[in-house]
Design a protein around this ligand. Structure first.
Ligand SMILES: Nc1ncnc2c1ncn2[C@@H]1O[C@H](COP(=O)(O)OP(=O)(O)OP(=O)(O)O)[C@@H](O)[C@H]1O
Ligand SMILES: [Mg+2]
Length: 493
């Protein structure tokens, strides 16, 4: 069930100057100038404004920020995969923004669910980080798993914990735990710099709350556009082997990217320098891959109408492999690009804005994922079968009626022609009878009382003439007589 094509929703959030930046007397050089416009106010910069779906000024409230993204979160409750990204240079406010969004989305999700008593929801959540190209489960201790396998086809992470969630508090707790376990470090630019990409996913499944009588059929899901994660989100034991209700499923993904920075400018000259250089270079490499994936998706979107296929390098980083289902085009995507207003961050900010422009070219066709159990599918097929049979019967009956009408018309024709034949035969019989009567009458007439040859044929027969009843037709009686070798006839009353 696909809805209309849309482009990736891209917004810019300008954070306020931080204390350190103010202390350095950094100049503010970006401002939101209304209705999605971002203007560079730096002296000498061209006075042009860049256009995005939304530009949040430094004093935006968390509620206003969430209100702009809410539609995507709500889509996930309706079965559409939705992803919220925070992108930007280190220290630009990605983690700060993502925490606000997750917190408000959590409250909103459970609020909405409580207002939908006719739907039965099942939620599970996972949290992972990709650190130095290694996938780690943030719901387990690091020692337990060093690098989880990413299954290529659907970006599924093998053995990742999928924790059942029954309340907003439960989801908040999970997010807090995963944030606490995430790899962060004090860098020259940000004292709490995230050194890994964090991916938190909420698997949301729902079905009609009104139970229908179970069908004695062993369940084996038939899929309709559902991602494997969504399908796995509900174990078959919980789904109920015989439950025929279709399940709507979606994954809501929150991606807080690690900070991109120039490796040399962030590397500290201490014993951990090599570790930090490695972190920085793997982060930048994976962000470059993300950028090229978005660029390819943008190219694919613009060339889709021309039927061209574009190669998308999902496999080049763990991040894009994990996010493949979110990026492939069947889910909704919202990107919040965070920027610092400081003039000193201008170069990094420009590269963030370049990414934002690339992301905006990407088109998606959001699709509702509905998983249908075999029992439900069998019911649907049976109903469809019965309807088709009915249609077929009607058609056959219709054909029979047409044939019968043809036969009736043919019989009518035959009856009409037989009627005409019968009338002709009757007429013939009448004429023959008349002739017979005349010949009988002339043979019985005598010359004893010959009629006056000069008189006209009398209206009444002469006394000696013999009346002969010779024919009956339509209730009339014809009297025929013969006198002196002459015959005459008149109608009797
Ligand atoms: N909108 C904001 N308002 C006030 N303070 C903010 C805002 N955004 C970020 N900050 C502050 O800026 C600092 C850096 O923010 P944050 O850690 O979120 O950046 P980041 O982009 O995640 O960086 P990194 O990539 O290094 O992880 C934090 O101290 C945070 O509190
Ligand atoms: Mg961060």
């Amino acid at each position: 069930m696909a809805s209309a094509r849309e482009h990736v929703w891209v917004s810019i959030r300008v954070r306020p100057l931080l204390e350190a930046e103010t202390a350095r007397q950094e100049e503010e050089c970006w401002e939101a100038s209304g209705s999605g416009l971002l203007r560079c106010t730096q002296h000498g910069a061209a006075n042009t404004a860049l256009s995005f779906d939304q530009v949040f000024p430094t004093d935006i409230s968390p509620d206003e920020l969430y209100a702009a993204c809410r539609e995507r979160v709500q889509s996930s409750l309706q079965g559409i995969n939705s992803t919220l990204f925070c992108y930007g240079q280190t220290g630009s406010g990605k983690t700060y923004t993502m925490r606000q969004l997750i917190s408000l989305a959590t409250a909103d999700i459970f609020d909405t669910i409580s207002n939908l008593p006719h739907r039965e929801f099942t939620l599970r959540a996972s949290a992972l980080e990709i650190y130095n190209e290694r996938v780690r489960d943030l719901l387990k201790n690091h020692s337990e798993n060093q690098d989880l396998e990413v299954q290529d086809t659907r970006g599924k992470v093998k053995d990742l914990t999928l924790q059942p969630i029954s309340s907003a508090a439960g989801l908040e707790q999970l997010v807090n735990i995963s944030c606490a376990r995430r790899t962060t470090r004090d860098t020259r630019i940000n004292v709490t710099s995230s050194r890994s990409h964090q991916v938190i996913q909420v698997h949301i499944e729902s079905r009609d709350a009104h139970a229908t009588s179970p069908t004695p059929i062993v369940e084996s899901p038939t899929r309709n556009g559902a991602t494997e994660e969504a399908e796995d989100g509900l174990a078959s034991s919980e789904r109920g082997l015989e439950d025929p209700r279709p399940v709507t499923s979606a994954v809501l993904t929150f991606v807080d990217l690690a900070g991109s920075e120039r490796v040399s400018s962030a590397a500290l000259e201490d014993s951990n320098q090599r570790t930090r250089l490695l972190e920085g270079s793997t982060i930048n490499k994976s962000l470059l891959t993300l950028g090229s994936v978005f660029r390819a998706l943008g190219d694919a979107s613009s060339s889709a109408s021309k039927g061209a296929t574009v190669y998308v390098a999902y496999r080049d980083s763990k991040l894009t492999r994990v996010l493949k289902p979110s990026l492939e085009g069947k889910g909704r995507l919202a990107v919040v690009c965070c920027i610092s207003p400081a003039a000193g961050a201008l170069d990094n900010t420009r590269s963030t804005l370049h990414f934002a422009e690339q992301a905006r070219r990407v088109a998606v066709v959001p699709t509702v994922n509905v998983t249908v159990t075999q029992a439900a599918e069998l019911r649907r097929l049976r109903a469809a079968n019965a309807a088709l049979q009915k249609q077929l019967d009607c058609k056959q009956f219709g054909r029979e009626v047409v044939e019968l009408r043809k036969s009736v018309a043919q019989l009518r024709k035959e009856v009409t022609s037989l009627g005409a034949e019968r009338d002709a035969a009757k007429e013939k019989v009448r004429e023959l009878e008349e002739e017979l009567a005349l010949s009988d009458a002339s043979s019985q007439y005598t010359d004893q009382d010959p009629p006056d040859a000069s008189s006209s044929i009398p209206t009444r027969p002469p006394s000696k003439a013999r009346e002969v009843l010779c024919a009956r037709r339509s209730g009339e009686v014809a009297l025929v007589w013969s006198e002196g070798g002459m015959s005459a006839r008149r109608r009797a009353g």
